[in-house]
Design a protein around this ligand. Structure first.
Ligand SMILES: N[C@@H](CCC(=O)N[C@@H](CS)C(=O)NCC(=O)O)C(=O)O
Length: 289
């Protein structure tokens, strides 16, 4: 038995991202079930997962427990895996991290409302309101208080649950080009190049539609991610590899990546790789060999 996590659209569901990151970063096995926001099936999928669930993410524990809020998930994982560094080891840092998580969970409504997380595109010319600027100032103050103590690259040096909670904020700063200090920008850049975040973002392109709700009516810009290896799906092989780098199954789907053709065991594995080839260690192993 392992954990089962129900998530919404990876491109848009900031709370799902917060729920999933700890599993990927701290190497905790989890089976992920994905549903799609704003569809009639969304409510049905949640009810099928557990009748009491009303939002994503939700988590079933191996012991039959159900956690249906990101803070509950975070505290459960920190308690269950005390030796993996989910929270800072230093007691004062830990108190700061817990307070920052709680403040993220209950606050920053202006920023969250005006700048919904959208990992598919960045926007040009977004004009933040005074309320959004006030949220940003408070976020900068919190980040600085932590970075003063740790000197980065993450809030408490190594990645902790506090970073998982602020990852979607970092993506909003990146996607809406929000005005922040150089130090905050460096912290945002640490998230943009963080392998788990890159993999989540890439999977967002491989499953689920573009959601009209998130259209800002502004010119679009490429999301400001690290340099990409050129990649595109192609109809046919042959590929240099006979088996999928992820599942070891025979290849059925193909992509041209960095000028060579590679094969994958299904469309999802091909598309998540095409979206950001360098994010996937298992793919890089065959790419570099
Ligand atoms: N407090 C919840 C919030 C979760 C939440 O609002 N999730 C959004 C998706 S990002 C959702 O499920 N919205 C659907 C709805 O409210 O009907 C948590 O921290 O887990």
């Amino acid at each position: 038995m392992t954990y089962t996590l129900l998530i919404g659209d990876r491109s848009y569901s900031s709370w799902s991202l917060r729920g999933w990151l700890p599993f990927e970063v701290f190497d905790i096995p989890v089976r992920v079930e994905a549903t799609i926001l704003y569809r009639p099936a969304f409510a049905e999928d949640m009810a099928r997962f557990a009748p009491i669930v009303r939002t994503v993410p939700a988590l079933k524990t191996p012991e039959g427990g159900l956690l249906r809020d990101t803070v509950a998930i975070a505290w459960h994982l920190a308690e269950t895996f005390p030796d993996r560094g989910l929270l800072p080891a230093d007691a004062a840092d830990r108190a700061m991290a817990q307070s920052m998580i709680a403040e993220m969970h209950s606050g920053f409504t202006a920023l969250r409302g005006a700048c919904p997380m959208n990992l598919r595109t960045a926007w040009e010319g977004f004009a933040p309101s005074d309320a959004v600027l006030a949220d940003l100032a408070r976020i900068e103050a919190l980040w600085s208080a932590a970075l003063d103590r740790s000197d980065g690259p993450f809030l408490f040096g190594d990645y902790t649950l506090a970073d998982a909670f602020y990852a979607p904020v970092a993506m909003r700063i990146a996607g809406y080009a929000l005005p922040v200090s150089d130090r905050a920008r460096a912290y945002v850049a640490a998230h943009l190049s963080h392998g788990p975040l890159r993999r989540w973002r890439a999977m967002g392109f491989a499953y689920g539609p573009e959601q009209d709700t998130y259209e800002m009516g502004l010119p679009r810009l490429p999301f400001p991610v690290p340099a990409q290896i050129p990649a595109r799906a192609v109809e046919t092989g042959p590929s240099g590899n006979a088996t999928c780098p992820y599942s070891a199954r025979p290849v059925t789907h193909f992509a041209e990546i960095g000028g060579r053709v590679f094969g994958f065991g299904n469309a999802f594995c091909r598309d998540k790789t095409v979206a950001d080839p360098a994010a996937w260690p298992a793919f890089l192993e065959i790419y570099d060999s």
